[in-house]
Design a protein around this ligand. Structure first.
Ligand SMILES: Nc1ncnc2c1ncn2[C@@H]1O[C@H](COP(=O)(O)OP(=O)(O)OP(=O)(O)O)[C@@H](O)[C@H]1O
Length: 253
């Protein structure tokens, strides 16, 4: 689905042998994964399987104990500095009382592009307006971010990634607590972004939505248990393996 003008980068995200511990807790165990540009990849796995840790590692917010992460051929820090990588965090990790309007939040996506005066220019405001239009939030641009619904908040953060022009977009459970309309809007946007050559990695617990959303899926349980097209990865034996492991650990379903 890449446009003819956009050459496909076969290793837009390149994770090789990554292991991450939090103290004694092994969160990622020798994870290797490559993602090409122009793809949407769905990341699935039970609670605690390492999805958020993987996102933070790709963002360069966590340094792996072993292994390497490359984003568009460079380090995660470089990708962040160049605004090449965008992150939509889990809702719980955002301070929704912060006195910022929806527009301000989307404008933060432009910070890496501001000139030495650090003042937004016309191009920045235009990019923000266009992104708000695309996520269908133009009418709520002036509202404080915490006064949006769950789905609208997610769309605001997707707009931030669009305004940023991120070529790699990571979304940590963008469908949690959102209604069907927002889910459909976000799915359509992610597909459109991939069609322009972006690489989209999205974690979700909504397995039913995966075939429509994603070109491929990765089942994570500290290490990669399965990878392939969503139909293959969602095979009952794979899911039993993931959930069976969880049951043995005695965690609630
Ligand atoms: N800051 C931390 N300190 C210690 N352990 C942590 C920390 N963050 C995560 N963990 C542990 O690391 C493992 C992976 O957690 P992570 O948040 O990456 O999983 P997840 O798949 O994103 O879970 P969920 O679906 O619940 O969001 C879990 O065992 C978790 O308890």
């Amino acid at each position: 689905m890449t446009s003819p003008k956009t050459p496909k980068i076969t290793r837009a995200i390149d994770i090789d042998g990554v292991t991450v511990h939090y103290g004694d807790v092994l969160a990622l165990d020798n994870v290797s994964l490559t993602l090409a540009s122009g793809t949407v990849c769905g990341l699935i796995g039970v609670n605690g399987s390492g999805k958020s840790t993987l996102f933070k590692t790709i963002m360069g917010l966590i340094r792996p104990d072993t292994g390497t992460v490359r984003v568009n051929g460079g380090s995660p820090a470089l990708a962040r500095r160049d605004s090449a990588i965008g992150y939509v965090p889990q809702s719980e990790n955002v301070d929704w009382a912060f006195p910022m309007s929806v527009r301000d939040v989307v404008l933060t996506g432009r910070y890496g592009k501001l000139g030495f005066t650090r003042r937004p220019r016309r191009a920045d405001h235009t990019a923000v307006d266009e992104a708000l239009e695309r996520v269908d939030l133009a009418e709520l641009a002036g509202r404080q971010i915490g006064r949006l619904s769950g789905g609208q908040r997610k769309r605001a953060f997707v707009a931030r990634g669009i305004a940023q022009g991120a070529r790699v977009l990571l979304l940590d459970e963008p469908f949690a607590g959102v209604d069907k309309r927002s889910e459909a809007t976000i799915t359509r946007l992610l597909r459109e972004l991939a069609a322009t050559g972006a690489t989209v990695l999205v974690s979700t617990h909504d397995l039913h939505a995966l075939p429509e959303l994603a070109d491929e899926a990765v089942l994570l349980m500290r290490s990669v248990l399965a990878r392939g097209n969503p139909g293959e990865v969602l095979r009952p034996e794979n899911l039993a393996l993931a959930f069976g492991m969880r049951a043995r650990e005695g965690e609630p379903a």
